[in-house]
Design a binder for this molecule. Structure first.
Ligand SMILES: Cc1cc2nc3c(=O)[nH]c(=O)nc-3n(C[C@H](O)[C@H](O)[C@H](O)COP(=O)(O)OP(=O)(O)OC[C@H]3O[C@@H](n4cnc5c(N)ncnc54)[C@H](O)[C@@H]3O)c2cc1C
Length: 433
């Protein structure tokens, strides 16, 4: 089968390589020229490319199963697997290092071509996808996959897709540092990240490879004063003011290697394969990755949801030669298995906005998953139930049996403590904003 894929991001690269390894003839179309040998890869058009990424075990498992050589290349570039006991929790790496490893492996794959160009629109013949128009030329194909990411437009003219969501209500600024030679890393909350919750903002630190680490400051998107964190000197001052950050970014320990980077327009969006009337958008056209679902980056789930889709699509194609039957099943699977992650994040982000606005937890409504997780420390039965959700081996519904127990924890008056350090209002005053 000839497959044309819009996008050579994580989704397109892993899916395209896996399909080529199954004997299909695959063309990935991407406007990006690929990485330069020596310099940083600019990667315009993927806003988050230079922002902090963590790679969950769920994502790593798919990449490793389909492209074990790319996994080895990733480790050879310095990526660091992180374990709890003997179980892989994730891999510490910059996004650039991950994509370099996957892309170089894909480029060497027989049956796969990465074509530089802009996919203008889907070629439609007899009411089905029959390829792409790429820079005005036809690229014929039996199946088209839209893996164009969260803001791809290549299939937008085909009509409305059912879905839900919108802006997630948070924004963030991050900056990359490198540990000085022989310096020890700062404090960690898990082997993958340092996390602290302050009244009105959050702090995240993701270690990467070769002593690199990203510091992320997360605020409400309507918080005009904390917008100033995008100014590098304000970001630095905030780092000095917040205890965990001050440890990590102490000039004795680490040096910045980028300026402060702004990550705007963060989304919780689900886009189905189907039109609002339930019919598939176009026979012969499939969607995968962020073009199906994108979630707030706080929990670092995007590459995992993307590659879970890749794994499911491959599984269905392995079982069923009829692409139209696969499309129906895959569309249903996305609705039942991907959409709940977007809904989960909408609930989490609404609850966060509510708490940051000074209101208490809504004890009448559904308890968001992050608050179920917080309550785990107060109730062993909750603690026993949160693992599958946290590792993404279970859907958010796996927490439903203990949501009432979490509600009881909060109804009893307990609240997750805020981390030491200034609240949002205190930080604004300290920074003179
Ligand atoms: C700020 C931020 C931080 C994040 N942090 C994490 C994290 O820590 N962990 C995690 O797992 N996920 C994270 N994510 C999510 C993750 O980045 C995405 O899930 C991932 O990029 C999805 O991969 P993709 O291949 O589907 O899309 P993309 O990576 O967006 O790739 C799409 C590709 O399509 C190409 N393209 C689009 N349209 C066209 C066209 N018409 N013609 C040719 N080429 C086209 C683009 O050039 C691009 O190469 C984060 C997201 C954001 C916004």
């Amino acid at each position: 089968m000839r497959v044309a894929v819009v996008g050579a991001g994580p989704t397109g690269l892993v899916l395209g390589t896996a399909l080529a390894r199954r004997g299909h003839t695959v063309t990935l179309v991407d406007r990006d020229p690929g990485p330069p040998d020596q310099h940083t890869w600019p990667r315009k058009g993927v806003m988050q490319f230079h922002h902090a990424h963590l790679f969950r075990s769920t994502a790593v498992a798919v990449a490793r199963a389909e492209m074990p050589d790319a996994y080895d290349a990733w480790l050879a570039l310095g990526a660091e697997p992180a374990y709890v006991d003997d179980a892989l929790l994730g891999v510490r790496s910059t996004r650039e290092t991950f994509e370099r490893a996957v892309r170089s492996t894909a480029e060497a794959q027989a049956g796969l071509t990465i074509r530089r160009g802009h996919a203008d629109e889907v070629l439609v013949v007899g009411g089905r996808a029959a390829g792409l128009h790429v820079d005005g030329e036809e690229l014929p194909a039996d199946v088209v996959v839209d893996a164009s990411g969260r803001s791809g437009r290549a299939t937008a003219d085909l009509g409305e897709r059912a879905g839900l969501g919108g802006a997630c209500g948070i924004a963030y600024v991050d900056r990359v540092y490198r540990l000085r030679r022989d310096a020890e890393p700062g404090p960690m909350s898990t082997p993958m990240a340092y996390f602290s919750d302050h009244l009105g903002y959050l702090v995240l630190i993701f270690p990467h490879e070769h002593g690199l680490f990203s510091v992320i400051l997360i605020r409400g998107s309507k918080d005009k004063q904390l917008t100033q964190l995008r100014e590098t000197h304000v970001f630095d001052a905030a780092c000095r003011a917040v205890p965990g950050l001050a440890d990590w970014t102490d000039p004795e320990r680490a040096v910045p290697v980028t300026s402060a980077l702004t990550g705007g327009n963060l989304l919780n969006v689900y886009r189905s394969h189907r039109r609002p009337d339930g019919a598939l958008l176009l026979p012969g056209l499939l969607f995968a990755g962020d073009s199906v679902c994108t979630t707030t980056p706080i929990f670092g789930r995007g590459v995992a949801t993307s590659l879970l889709q890749v794994a499911e699509l491959l599984r269905l194609l392995d079982d069923e030669p009829d692409v139209d039957a696969v499309a129906e099943r895959y569309a249903d699977w996305c609705d039942t298995t991907m959409q709940p992650w977007v809904v989960d994040h909408i609930e989490i982000d609404e609850g966060l906005a509510r708490r940051w606005s000074g209101q208490d937890i809504d004890l009448e409504g559904r308890i968001p998953s992050d608050l179920v997780l917080e309550a785990a420390g107060q109730d062993p039965e909750i603690a026993a139930a949160v693992g599958p959700w946290a590792s993404m081996t279970g859907l958010p519904a796996s927490l439903d049996p203990v949501r009432e127990r979490a509600r009881a924890v909060y109804a009893g008056g307990w609240r997750p403590p805020y981390a030491p350090g200034p609240s949002r209002d205190e930080l604004v005053a300290l920074l003179g904003l």
